[in-house]
Design a protein around this ligand. Structure first.
Ligand SMILES: [Zn+2]
Length: 338
């Protein structure tokens, strides 16, 4: 699968090319570098109050059905004391849901600042909590609440995709709509292609070392550059980035974990496509899937409740199609901003 990903790099490159042209147009620079990507886009996120965020999340996740939404509303309602925000002594520096089967699930956030990222983190981590709550309410045996990581992440990331859509819908200006469409595309680029790059890099490291081919930092730089040149339109002209693999924390902290996100986003995108194709029927099936817990292999459960299996090609094609479609949408929005 990782090797096959390079044959789809053109989807990523087309998106990055569009961004590059837009930056060129807005900044007037003749040559654009990868680090120019952070230049102003004409829209700035205004920090939101917790009350606004709460409303936004519930609106965005309404397509997941009444039971899901009500559970989320209950979690986010300060009167219920199920959400704690803030650091302090003897606290984990994390965002995590806490609880056990048949006890109300809580959510702990090390911080929340009303920023765009915080808002998405709350929708994502809250998603983990609601998934656990549904299993706690419905699954017969508590130990069935443990399952493969990539599926937990798929469900939580699906919430983020719905958030981008709702924000795009609510934006009142073209630059605002473009901003959220770009965020959606950045998310897919990261989870699909950066995960693929990292997966190939880690695999290359292990293979190279065991064959005695990787002995120096230069060897690792070369391995990394060889992979990046297949995906990144800027990389060949930016030799200073050859060592940027050093910043990839999970490569050191949690070896071979990064690639989980690739498989997770493929399932998220499948759910996203299904929800759009059948808004009414989707919520019932999805709630049943989440509530069931893990009393069978992941693929059996997906087939039973959602009618699809873990066919990499089909899932990847569906995901890339979303990327292509959103890139077209963004192109149209940039066209209006000229
Ligand atoms: Zn997560």
């Amino acid at each position: 699968m990782l090797q096959q990903m390079t044959s789809h790099a053109d989807v990523l490159k087309a998106y990055k090319q569009l961004l590059m042209e837009q930056i060129q147009r807005t900044t007037g620079l003749s040559q654009i570098h990868s680090w120019d990507a952070a230049s102003p886009s004409g829209y700035t996120w205004q920090p939101q109050s917790y009350a606004q965020t709460r409303q936004l999340i519930l609106k965005a996740l309404a397509p997941l059905g009444t039971e899901y939404e009500q559970n989320f509303a209950n979690l986010l309602d300060p009167a219920n004391g199920r959400l704690e925000i803030g650091d302090g002594p003897n606290r984990v520096t994390e965002f995590t849901s806490v609880g056990y089967s048949h006890v109300p699930i809580g959510l702990y956030m090390k911080n929340y600042d009303g920023g765009f990222k915080s808002t998405l983190v709350l929708a994502h981590e809250g998603g983990h909590a609601i998934h656990e709550q549904l299993m706690s309410d419905h699954a017969a045996i508590p130990s069935y609440s443990l399952g493969p990581n990539f599926l937990f992440e798929a469900y939580a990331m699906f919430n983020e995709l719905l958030m981008y859509d709702e924000l795009q819908k609510q934006a009142t200006t073209t630059p605002g709509k473009a901003y959220f469409t770009k965020q959606f595309l950045d998310k897919l680029s990261l989870e699909v292609f950066t995960s693929a790059q990292e997966g190939a890099f880690e695999q290359g490291l292990y293979d190279g070392v065991s064959r005695g081919k990787i002995n120096t930092r230069q060897d690792i730089d070369s391995l990394y550059a060889g992979i990046m040149n297949q995906y990144d339109i800027y990389f060949a002209n930016e030799p200073q980035r050859r060592s940027e693999w050093i910043n990839k924390r999970l490569v050191f902290d949690d070896p071979l974990y990064n690639v989980n996100y690739l498989y997770a986003i493929l399932v998220s995108c499948k759910l996203y496509n299904m929800q759009h194709a059948d808004p009414k029927g989707f919520a019932i099936k999805y709630t049943a899937l989440l509530s069931n817990g893990f009393d069978a292999p992941a693929e059996d459960l997906l087939k039973k409740y959602m009618g699809f299996g873990l066919d990499n090609d089909a899932l990847l094609n569906g995901t890339l199609q979303i990327m292509k479609d959103k890139t077209e949408v963004l192109k149209g929005l940039y066209g209006q901003m000229k």
